[in-house]
Write a protein that binds this ligand. Structure first.
Ligand SMILES: [Cu+2]
Length: 121
């Protein structure tokens, strides 16, 4: 019984960490006009943290290598972007972060998650 409780607590801790505390680590800086390649596989975007400059356009080229249906879309809620990601076919998304701040992107269910971080000038 104690073991079961401990496993339950462990699972809850893992869920809290993943959905609320996890911060993408491997960032990449995008110069204005640059195309950043993002791989979608094994439950993560690579890179999952992209630094850009507010008001300057960049392109993100998503390549989905994961067959799970979950990875089939990428959504940028604040930017009103929602794109299908066919397996193995790169999809280029051009966007302009309107102002400094963080713009999340994720799959339909929020398992795959990344952050576009826009800096001033
Ligand atoms: Cu998903």
């Amino acid at each position: 019984m104690l073991v079961v409780n401990l496993i339950g607590i462990g699972l809850i801790a893992l869920i809290i960490w993943w959905f609320w505390l996890y911060r993408p680590g491997n960032g990449v800086a995008a110069a204005p006009g640059q195309v950043i390649e993002v791989r979608v596989r094994d439950g993560v975007y690579e890179p999952s943290l992209i630094d850009a400059i507010a008001g300057k356009g960049i392109s993100l080229k998503f390549t989905r290598e994961d067959e799970t249906a979950c990875a089939g879309q990428v959504i940028f809620p604040e930017l009103g972007i929602q794109k299908e990601l066919p397996i193995g076919r790169p999809v280029v998304i051009r966007l302009v972060p309107p102002e400094p701040g963080e713009y999340a992107f994720h799959c339909q269910m929020g398992m795959y998650r990344g952050i576009l971080r826009a800096h001033s000038g």
